[in-house]
Ligand binder design. Structure first.
Ligand SMILES: [Zn+2]
Length: 218
């Protein structure tokens, strides 16, 4: 594989559909849960892992239709055994739920996010910490592999992070859930994190809960 990535090396993975519960701002609507595989010269970097199994509260409230992340990788023509790192945008149940499918693989999360998940008595503690887990907490922005960086974009959670991928002379941005969807990212009210992400002027922009992909006109 060439060391120079292209925008097609960021592969969206459809990991689940949920139905939002009555107490949620999007009550009654269904929503998509996406993860992303970054095909990197050193292996696959996986951004978020979808929803795990075995949590009755989540199953009752969100009625998830989930897909095993390893199956999603295989369906995309990727080898799950080549995942060399997981990047969690944040530690909500629909973003880190299948980290457990990759014991021993480094999990890159903002330290503030990991500490909050542990101290708040998260309902999914066993999805965050499990036998063989290999957390690699980071503080703020940083390049985690050549051309792949995390950007601290707090707001949705205290330690939310977004991901950028250098693709040739362009840039691919994985917003995560710093914005709920493409429309609100492009035209909605912006907090500091969204302003910062907009200023990157990325060529392609992906979201965790919206299949739409924003493309910059050249
Ligand atoms: Zn979230």
């Amino acid at each position: 594989m060439s060391a120079v990535m292209t925008p097609e090396d960021v592969v969206p993975l459809h990991l689940a559909d949920v139905t939002y519960p009555s107490q949620h701002p999007l009550a009654g609507q269904t929503g998509v849960v996406l993860g992303f595989a970054i095909r990197h010269a050193s292996g696959i970097l996986l951004v978020d892992t979808g929803i795990g199994e075995g949590n009755d509260w989540i199953d009752e409230n969100y009625r998830p239709v989930r897909r095993a992340v390893r199956d999603a990788l295989t369906a995309a023509g990727l080898d799950p055994d080549e995942v060399r790192a997981i990047i969690n945008t944040h530690l909500h149940f629909d973003h880190c739920g299948q980290n457990r499918a990759f014991p021993g693989v480094a999990i890159v999360t903002q330290r503030a996010e990991l500490e909050a998940a542990r101290s708040e008595g998260s309902p999914i503690r066993d999805w965050v910490d499990f036998p063989g887990v290999a957390h690699v907490p980071v503080d703020g922005d940083g390049e985690i592999a050549e051309g792949v960086s995390v950007l601290a974009t707090p707001g949705h959670t205290i330690g939310h992070q977004s991901v950028t991928v250098r693709a040739g002379d362009g840039l691919v941005l994985i917003v995560g859930q710093a914005a709920q969807d493409a429309r609100s990212f492009a035209t909605g009210a912006a907090d500091d994190s969204i302003r910062r992400l907009r200023e990157l002027n990325a060529d392609r922009i992906h979201f965790s809960h919206d299949r739409a992909v924003l493309r910059r006109r050249r």
